[in-house]
Design a protein around this ligand. Structure first.
Ligand SMILES: Nc1ncnc2c1ncn2[C@@H]1O[C@H](COP(=O)(O)OP(=O)(O)OP(=O)(O)O)[C@@H](O)[C@H]1O
Ligand SMILES: [Mg+2]
Length: 227
């Protein structure tokens, strides 16, 4: 069973008078609960692809079906709700909120969502996830007081708190030293497997790509299956 189907996805940017095609009639089917690695040279369009997947940018044409809903056709409002309920993003640069503690950062996505959970249960869930990533002693640290690896683990816990169906990750270990990156990413992969979350993982790290069921190389605007 597939959760994501991408059909003829095309995206270009205008560079002066020149139209540069970054993604060119791209197709992809992603099976439910699978981990898909995406590799490709710098500038090949990996981040562009993820921003279309997250609905933050629109394609020239093509479809992105998530559970049979075409996110390219949704209104801003519908998309915001859809994203909050179904998608989480983990970036290379963590993007933690500077004036919130680690615990508050993790609680935030669930507090924004429309639901009837009490503050206490959100807090308990955030603490549980921070425990899971080994940060139970860092709950009240602010982002400036965390190391790179700790910050990324907070970002991972934050991505998980809404129990998303899909996680989009853009070079999540890119800012960490090899050893820390590998440790944090192994943890990330274990948690993803545990919660059966479908994951699209952009990475330059071959070891990380090898942990995925399938790996696609973005080349001249198309996906080439290399694993
Ligand atoms: N808003 C924009 N306007 C014009 N060109 C853009 C824009 N965003 C991206 N590009 C171009 O699109 C191409 C793909 O960029 P993208 O960031 O997707 O590459 P990438 O594969 O993620 O590279 P990296 O591995 O370095 O992160 C680049 O040549 C970039 O200059
Ligand atoms: Mg990129």
């Amino acid at each position: 069973m597939s959760i994501i189907e991408i059909k003829n996805l095309t995206k270009s940017f205008l560079q002066g008078n020149n139209k540069i095609n970054i993604l060119n009639e791209l197709n992809l089917v992603v099976p439910l609960a699978s981990k898909i690695g995406i590799v490709g040279q710098s500038g090949s369009g990996k981040s562009t692809f993820l921003s279309l997947m997250s609905g933050l940018d629109k394609p020239d044409h093509g479809q992105i079906l998530v559970n049979n809903n075409d996110i390219t056709k949704m209104s801003e409002e519908a998309l915001t709700e859809f994203r909050a309920k179904n998608l989480s993003i983990v970036f290379q640069q963590y993007h933690l909120v500077a004036h919130l503690t680690a615990l508050e950062n993790v609680m935030l996505p669930l507090e924004i969502l429309d639901h009837n959970l009490s503050k206490k249960s959100i807090k308990d869930k955030a603490i549980e996830l921070l425990n899971e990533v080994g940060l139970e002693k860092r709950l009240s640290h602010f982002p400036s007081q965390l190391s790179g690896g700790e910050s990324q683990r907070v970002a991972i816990a934050r991505a998980l708190i809404t129990t998303p169906k899909v996680i989009l990750a853009d070079e999540p270990s890119g800012n960490l030293d090899l050893e820390t990156g590998t440790r944090v990413m192994n943890l990330f992969m274990t948690i993803i497997d545990k919660y059966q979350i479908t994951t699209l993982l952009v990475t330059h790290n071959p070891e990380l790509a090898s942990l995925c069921q399938s790996v696609y190389k973005l080349n001249h605007g198309k996906f080439e299956k290399i694993k």
